[in-house]
Design a protein around this ligand. Structure first.
Ligand SMILES: [Zn+2]
Length: 609
């Protein structure tokens, strides 16, 4: 993304323009609200005309207010919605419909930070339509016109994968779900096989990992790059076949990597990963057909599931499947449940590509409702670690070192203040942990609170202050930029962060305890500002904010991410490395947590005053 001129223009708005701009901003905000509720509703997304009408709403904003600073965003959304709709409809008409708004954005707002994204997505549209020559031209433009843009690397990668010539024209499927009369419920979009790209090398499934606890299992499919996968299917048990309930996901244009096949036993045409935790019998993966891999979960019990994609930290891609249910009597044969089995917090992370079979001793215990009320579990997550240093200050201070020191101090303080608390760190040394694993640890521990600790950074060295985040959509560009950095995605994925995370969050609102996280964020933030102001000057309160942090995504408990200070600011960097400031930060955070727990006696043992 490049620095746009929209912000500069804003300074020179004349009054009538400002009035118009506020109308425009309101219209754009309305469309964004509609988008937010639409994208959170799996039922709505099945209907073609809902996609279309939302795209039309954004398009209308751009048409009515061409001089508004949101006009380029509106055109981008109009194109992106049609592009995303294609993932459901597989109807090339949707791709064709996306081309117009993208082109209008490029032509009318050449300085928009989204122009290169639009150019790139035009390439994707043509590529998916099988017109590789046009796709090539669009990718080349994305590279040449926007040399400093963040889509250059992706465009280069797509160009390298693009086969020569064009694919035989794909047969157009019959028009999908013609718009029904308002009274009649419309027919769902039926997913059809994806347009395959002959000649392009298929994506690969590298590993399948899982983390498991009493009533929850997280399965993560790791891929070498982003793929479009089909929505998961839940199959009822089939007594005739003796088949358990199953959940499966198909990955068009994907194969199982050689390494995966070599390391995983093959049974009945599927590579098997036994789980046997009482909730899942096993996960298995197979080549469903030549062009598509299928991952199947054989279930014992299921009450709820969520399936969402997350870009991997190293340019790879993940699909996360979170399963909740009531465990049936778990198999407790000594062979499968070694007594030495560690708790998940101390189990080594799954290094390397080897499929892992991480087990937690599933001692049959009452469900959460019957959990002993005296022992609350708090998981503290020191951001970054290992190969990911996080932000680096002007004095070469590494964020990962500060967050670890802070997390240790916070744990010690919480445990000292209240011995009834069990405080677990996601990492207690300098090691790399993926974001999905951090959340999985909190979920498998059935933690009551999850606190991720970070240091802020900005190219503006003057930027300073403390802010606390909870997980939600946002249109705040600064928050999105920060989220992209904390999500450890490369710069060229930054712009994409808002569209991808919107889709991710769509599925998660029911499990992510946003409502409980907001007051937690408020109390921690207030306490930090109040306590630190007593000791230090220049403590800036940047407030409670929301952003799509992937480390909070799918957490089943109230969770917040604290940006303790700016490591990029010399004064604050100096503070962050000092042990006394770290003590003060830990004390203030502990106080905020304590206030929250005291307001939730169902969580906390009485806190000794
Ligand atoms: Zn960070």
């Amino acid at each position: 993304m490049r620095i746009g001129v929209a912000a500069v223009i804003a300074v020179f708005w004349s009054l009538p323009a400002a009035v118009q701009a506020s109308d425009c901003t309101a219209a754009y905000a309305r469309a964004s609200d509609h988008y937010s509720s639409f994208i959170r509703s799996p039922a709505q997304k099945k209907y073609h005309e809902r996609w279309e009408s939302l795209a039309g709403e954004f398009e209308a904003v751009a048409e009515k207010y061409p001089d508004c600073h949101k006009a380029d965003d509106a055109l981008y959304m109009a194109g992106k919605l049609r592009f995303d709709c294609y993932a459901f409809s597989k109807n090339p008409n949707d791709l064709e419909a996306a081309l117009g708004p993208f082109q209008a954005l490029i032509a009318q707002y050449p300085d928009s930070t989204l122009a290169d994204d639009a150019q790139f997505l035009r390439g994707r549209c043509f590529e998916l339509m099988g017109d590789y020559d046009r796709g090539r031209i669009e990718y080349q433009r994305a590279i040449q016109r926007y040399r400093r843009g963040d889509m250059v690397r992706q465009a280069q990668a797509q160009l390298a994968r693009l086969p020569q010539g064009s694919a035989p024209p794909a047969p157009k499927p019959a028009p999908v779900a013609p718009s029904p009369s308002p009274a009649a419920p419309s027919a769902p979009v039926s997913p059809a096989p994806a347009v395959s790209s002959p000649g392009a090398s298929p994506a690969q499934i590298l590993t399948i990992r899982y983390w498991s606890s009493q009533d929850y299992t997280r399965v993560v499919v790791d891929l070498d790059r982003e793929v479009e996968f089909l929505p998961p299917h839940l199959l009822k048990p089939d007594p005739n076949l003796g088949a358990p309930p199953r959940l499966y996901v198909d990955f068009p244009g994907t194969v199982l990597s050689q390494e995966f096949r070599e390391q995983t036993p093959l049974r009945d045409g599927f590579y098997d990963l036994p789980i046997g935790d009482g909730l899942l019998e096993k996960a298995r993966a197979g080549q469903h057909d030549q062009d598509a891999a299928r991952v199947v979960l054989d279930l014992k019990s299921i009450s709820d599931f969520h399936c969402f994609p997350l870009p991997g930290e190293d340019g790879g891609f993940r699909v996360v499947m979170d399963i909740s249910g009531q465990k049936t009597a778990p198999a407790r044969s000594p062979a499968t449940q070694p007594s030495a089995s560690a708790s998940p917090a101390t189990t080594a992370p799954a290094p390397g590509p080897r499929p892992t079979a991480k087990k937690r001793e599933p001692a049959p215990a009452p469900a959460k409702a019957g959990k002993a009320p005296t022992r609350s579990v708090i998981v503290i997550d020191p951001g970054h670690g290992g190969k990911d240093p996080g932000a680096i200050g002007p004095g070469r201070t590494r964020e990962k070192d500060v967050t670890l020191a802070l997390a240790k101090k916070l744990k010690a303080r919480l445990e000292k203040e209240n011995p009834e608390l069990k405080v677990v760190l996601t990492r207690s040394d300098d090691r790399y942990l993926s974001l999905v694993e951090r959340t999985a640890r909190a979920n498998t521990l059935d933690a009551d609170l999850f606190i991720s600790i970070h240091c802020n950074a900005s190219p503006n060295r003057e930027a300073a202050g403390i802010e606390t985040y909870y997980l939600d959509n946002t249109t705040d560009r600064a928050a999105l930029k920060l989220a992209a950095r904390e999500n450890f995605v490369s710069e060229d994925k930054q712009t994409k962060a808002d569209s991808i995370t919107n889709l991710i969050l769509a599925d998660l609102q029911t499990t992510t305890k946003v409502n409980d996280s907001v007051p937690l964020a408020g109390l921690v933030q207030e306490s930090l500002v109040r306590e630190l102001k007593k000791e230090y000057s220049n403590v800036h309160d940047l407030g409670v904010k929301k952003a799509p942090f992937w480390v909070l995504t799918g957490a089943r408990m109230p969770c917040v991410l604290v940006e303790t200070s700016f490591i990029s600011n010399r004064r604050e960097e100096k503070r962050l490395v000092s042990s006394s400031f770290q003590d003060d930060l830990a004390r203030a955070m502990a106080r905020g947590i304590r206030e929250y727990l005291n307001e939730h006696p169902e969580l906390a043992a009485a806190w000794g005053e």
